[in-house]
Design a protein around this ligand. Structure first.
Ligand code: EPZ
Length: 436
């Protein structure tokens, strides 16, 4: 298994380019199921989860080209033939977002079989709200052998009120609704930019959608959708991670090809910590540390609140702030997997239920640490960049799931980081891979 070796102490200086958003690309790739025509997606990140999605669609009979040529990170998907409308356990167990094929599959083919996602590192991660919405749209749901099966001649529009805000639940049912008969209203819908990005693609394919990005999305179902070409949004979590990398190392970093408008809560918190942030035009942000970091409390919320996907990274920063910072995780029940590893590096963090109390500033010392899930892994990278000595990060396939070429990007701005083992390869199966 690959490892990272990171020697801390270098301030990050220079420019770092953000890739396309994994959490936009995954639903957009699934949306190709809704049409017989080709769907072309650009700005696709070269990360493990995209490769997993390619395998998933291919296993269902789709043709998926995935090219990371110098010019474009692009995928061309043709779901003309969907011979096997099933998301198999072997794939779903490695990526929970496989559930995103449920809605489009039953909308396009009338049947979908998806392995129920097991729990994962950060929580139970059920898909009960996805299934409840499909039932409201007239799908017959059955369960056998660990799979959920949804069948419907043609889904019918419905008024769906989500008990909880769910990002992929909103995306799944949005994709189900665009081919349903009549109108569907999604209430208490997720407002994440990834939902808006998916809606933009679906609209380009001929769907009729109003309100994407708000809590109420209204869809008029159509008979058929056609192909489209769409450019995936920049990854706001990758961008936020690099902003914190610049701050925690006392550097001066320009994060480019991002969308500052998607990072409001993160930027506000960094400013509260005394970090200097300058928005440069429409797609770049400059981050500089200006003296000692101050404390700030965070409480994760659905967009546009402080994102749960930035909680672990912020906690690493909080270990370097003078004083006490409270970190409350409201979205997932087990998203503090990074805490014990940070404590092993010298951090002073106490967990009480959903609240972690961080007492800083504590000097961090390099250690051998274990990556458990995607964002916890990012947190350990950030800590290692500022720790005294050489850290070894194990199970970094978790990082490869959502951060494109992270070691090259960090080395390009002065980090001392190298990968031990094979270069990131999607051909290696790891039984230890957890879903997120
Ligand atoms: C998406 O996961 C993201 N993944 C996650 O990013 C992100 O952390 C999460 O949204 C929250 O922002 C993708 O977009 C592929 P949810 P998702 O459904 O959709 C509960 C990363 O690091 N829930 O919004 O699976 C659920 O248990 C990943 O990139 C139900 O109870 O999250 C959680 O407590 C990690 N029933 C809450 O809702 C359901 O049917 C929010 O989950 C669905 C969700």
């Amino acid at each position: 298994m690959d490892k990272f070796v990171i020697r801390g102490g270098n301030p990050l200086l220079g420019t770092i380019r953000v890739s396309g958003a994994k959490n936009s690309a995954l639903p957009c790739m699934a949306a190709a199921i809704l049409t017989e025509d080709e769907v072309i997606l650009e700005n696709i990140p070269q990360v493990r989860d995209i490769e997993t999605e390619r395998k998933l669609l291919t296993s269902m009979g789709a043709e998926v080209e995935l090219g990371y040529g110098r010019a474009q990170h692009r995928t061309t998907i043709s779901c003309r033939v969907l011979s096997e409308p099933t998301a198999k356990y072997e794939i779903v167990k490695t990526m929970r977002a496989s559930a995103l094929v449920l809605g489009p599959l039953v909308a396009r083919t009338g049947i979908a079989r998806v392995s129920m996602p097991g729990g994962c590192a950060i929580g139970a991660r059920p898909i009960d709200l996805h299934i409840k919405g499909l039932e409201q749209m007239g799908a017959n749901i059955s369960y056998q052998h660990g799979y959920v099966e949804a069948r419907a001649e043609r889904l019918k529009g419905a008024n769906i009120l989500f008990d909880k805000i769910t990002v992929t639940g909103t995306e799944d049912l949005l994709m189900a609704a665009v081919l349903a008969e009549g109108e569907t209203v999604l209430e208490n819908a997720a407002r994440e930019p990834e939902v808006t990005d998916l809606a933009a693609l679906l609209t380009a394919m001929g769907a009729q959608i109003e309100g994407a990005g708000t809590s109420t999305i209204r869809v008029q179902g159509v008979e058929k959708l056609h192909g489209a070409r769409h450019r995936i949004n920049p990854d706001r979590v990758e961008a936020g991670t690099y902003l914190i990398a610049g701050a925690i190392t006392g550097g001066d970093l320009c994060v480019t090809h991002c969308n500052p408008a998607h990072l409001g809560a993160v930027i506000d918190k960094l400013k509260e910590c005394g970090v200097r942030i300058d928005i440069l035009g429409k797609d770049s942000i400059r981050v500089r540390s200006e003296g000692a970091l101050k404390t700030a409390d965070i409480s994760t919320e659905e967009y546009p609140g402080f994102p749960t996907d930035m909680q672990a990274q912020f906690m690493a920063l909080a270990t370097q702030a003078d004083g006490v910072s409270q970190v409350k995780e409201n979205i997932f029940e087990n998203r503090f997997m990074h805490v014990q590893e940070l404590v092993r590096m010298g951090a002073n963090i106490r967990i009480d239920g959903r609240v972690a109390t961080v007492r800083g500033k504590t000097p961090l010392s390099a250690a051998a640490v274990m990556c458990s899930d995607l964002r916890a892994s990012a947190s350990l990278v950030l800590a290692a960049l500022v720790a005294d000595g050489e850290s070894i990060l194990d199970r970094i396939y978790n990082i490869d799931r959502g951060y494109e070429h992270i070691e090259e990007k960090l080395r390009g701005v002065g980090a001392q980081i190298k990968r031990l083992g094979n270069v990131f390869s999607d051909r290696r199966e790891t039984s230890a891979t957890v879903t997120v």
